[in-house]
Design a binder for this molecule. Structure first.
Ligand SMILES: [Zn+2]
Ligand SMILES: [Zn+2]
Length: 338
């Protein structure tokens, strides 16, 4: 089969004669139809670490969808021909954290597309338990976004949005746009997005943002007050930079929850304003990957109520996968198609 092999920092190459994987008893072979390029892939490509450690050579790509090509002898639930997506993360189900109901903290966590060959290839083999079946009508490129949606869903669960809340989203990238929509589904009646790239404003508005502000230009505090957004109950930070984390704490209202969702550099430190947090009695939270949310994410995508197609900026053929890893700002989600 054709596959994009990651050999180490900055080095990804196509091999047209890579052996097509064979299924073991409990495994499923998927013909990949779409695979999203995740921030994690870009981090690993740049030499950093993902949620689990990567040991090249390996095929990256963990946001995949496809058609079941064949199944192992012990596979009972998943059938050939079904349209599927996967949870890339594999927990051992036996360690203390797994048995405590926290599979994302598994001591032996491994992941398809990080430790095991992933979806930047024509075929990908996974365990049956990783597979989520979807109705045939769901577009493959939307189904491929199930993993990022499941991560957002965990962040939304932890943010505890209540009916009638005003919610601020910081950052209008793919994750920010998903969060914006999930916040409204969770009961937010007013949403404001902070984003420095004003080209994203029209999409944010189309997806339901009531107010869009550019913190590089606008007097955010003033604008919020002017538009009646002075009681922000939940702030979801989707950038992962010191200044945006500080903004999250600054603009959060009384007794608000601040969700630091954006991935910072591992060594990043941020001046913390305890008095600001104290006088507002803030709850500051973080969210790590997608424990037990993949099935719900697949259901939400299958419902067609989450706008995902609008978030895709590039469809890149496997042969040109290098284009997806070029440095520079992203306009949205890149999807690799075979
Ligand atoms: Zn991802
Ligand atoms: Zn475990």
């Amino acid at each position: 089969m054709k596959a994009a092999i990651f050999y180490g920092k900055g080095d990804i190459r196509i091999n047209s004669n890579y052996p097509t994987p064979e299924v073991k008893d409990d495994e499923v072979l998927i013909r990949v139809m779409a695979c999203g390029v995740c921030g994690t892939d870009l981090h690993i490509f740049a030499g950093a670490q993902g949620a689990t450690e990567c040991n090249p050579p390996v095929i990256l790509g963990h946001e995949l969808s496809g058609i079941v090509e064949c199944t192992g002898s012990a596979v009972t639930r998943v059938k050939v021909g079904q349209h599927v997506t996967i949870n890339p993360n594999i927990a051992c189900e036996a360690c203390v954290q797994c048995r405590r109901g926290n599979p994302h903290f598994c001591d032996h966590m491994a992941a398809t597309g990080v430790n095991f060959d992933g979806g930047f290839a024509e075929y990908c083999v996974v365990l049956e338990k990783q597979v989520f079946v979807a109705p045939d009508r769901v577009p493959f490129e939307e189904l491929a976004m199930c993993e990022p949606v499941s991560c957002c869903l965990h962040g939304i669960d932890l943010s505890q949005i209540q009916m009638s809340d005003t919610v601020m989203i910081i950052g209008g990238g793919t994750i920010g746009m998903i969060m914006l929509q999930l916040a409204q589904m969770s009961g937010a009646v007013r949403t404001v997005m902070l984003e420095t790239n004003e080209n994203r404003f029209a999409l944010a508005k189309a997806l339901g943002a009531d107010l869009t502000l550019n913190p590089a230009k606008d007097d955010v505090a003033n604008e919020l007050e002017k538009h009646g957004f002075d009681d922000i109950r939940v702030v979801i930070e989707c950038v992962g930079r010191p200044e945006t984390v500080q903004s999250a704490i600054q603009y959060a209202g009384k007794a608000a929850t601040v969700m630091i969702f954006g991935l910072t550099d591992p060594g990043c430190t941020i001046p913390y304003m305890p008095f600001e947090a104290f006088k507002k009695e803030l709850t500051v939270k973080t969210s790590f990957v997608n424990p037990n949310t993949q099935g719900r994410a697949a259901d939400i995508i299958a419902s067609g109520k989450l706008h995902l197609a609008e978030l895709i900026s590039d469809r890149i053929s496997l042969d040109h996968i290098g284009d997806a890893f070029k440095p520079g700002p992203r306009n949205g989600k890149s999807i690799i198609v075979p």
